[in-house]
Design a protein around this ligand. Sequence first.
Ligand SMILES: [Zn+2]
Length: 442
Amino acid sequence: MLAALHNPMVKGEALVGYGRVPTPGTDLPRFGNFLPGFPYLISDDVSGRFVPEEAPVKIVVALLSLVLAMPATALDVRIHPGQDGIYQYEVDARRGLSTVLIQNLAILQQDGQPVRLTDVSINLRAGDRVRQVLRFDRADLTTTAGQMAALQKAGVLDLYDFAFQRRQYLGEKTGLASSETVAAGTALIMSSIPLLVSRGVDSMRIVARGTDPEGKLVEASVDIPLLQREQRIEYGFPLRGAWLVAVGPGLSEPHRWALNEEFALDLVRIGASGTTCRRDCTKLADYAGWGADVVAAAGGDVVSTVTDQKETAERLRKPSESSDAFLKRTMAEQQQLLARGAAGVVGNSVVIRHEGGEYSLYAHLAEGSVTVKAGEKVRKGQRIEKLGQTGNSTEPHLHFGIMDGPDPLYARSLPVRFSGLTTMDGPQPPVFVQSGWIVEAR
Ligand SMILES: [Zn+2]
């Protein structure tokens, strides 16, 4: 699902933490037609801003004593996915930096009087010590609520239901707050909050504060562990030879902003020309990666395949087409594909179940290339298909990801370290790959 399944709340590069997230993808070999991501709709950055560490720590301490004196409140803070823990992705091992993305954060007023929210703060902690604080003030919350209401009105929350999943974690009946005031049975939803965290940070406390109609302080909070994923299965790379990680799990990449493909990869091959395609790049066979063997990343059972999607060169960029026109056309096509559900988006594809309830997804495969069937056992490294151009894809590439369930749209994406890779630094131990890396699978 190349690029395309952007969370619509996201625009451009994310500014997080105390600095700009490294974007290793910027100085790379040129892509052919590959769109490594585009904003699907509108909307301003909602990442809020960081404030100096000291003051909020004092505020938090002061407020904790107030909380004890306050009456019980129906206000609730939830995130989705990851209420019991959210995954970090290591982006710079030497500097000890990882990224975390809160996909959805809801401040829910279950019953009782309306609460006018004053601020929401995210306190990143190493043990008991607060190390970084991200604070959204009332103006931020008002803006965010207005944006979400507009998206709902435009039908975007339903079209992209897999990215918001609000019924799953808020229930069928919960309404959406359209301002910073949450009345009974409504929630203010914040989407896509990026964080750059330093080594040692292992949890976050999210605190929402507001006032009731009498002006009394109301507060709710939740503690969420920030997890380094323990990987029991050793995954190999799903392709052989040298490949460019065109889209990895960096915050500057589109996959990261949708919970079903947060840690997935888009992989392309760079040809002799130094780009992914040759000649005028209008035929599938012009692309260096097209038709390459795709192999199982680990042994397991095939649980589902899609084999009836047609391959076409129609979605490639035409030589006469401006990048704006191509983007516009791609966005329109993405909407049509989304309306057809998972098969429309992933195209020809295979899902394999591995031990411990993990699943691997191989998407956008060539027409007529899938050689395995549901129920079949496959071994690690077995050829299962060929790289192609079906589904939501702007040029031939493999979309690969590990998930916690078999549904490519609704499962949660999981971080994965690959074994058997060589990079420009030489052979690697099991490694998290980054956008822009050229890797060779041994
Ligand atoms: Zn993709």
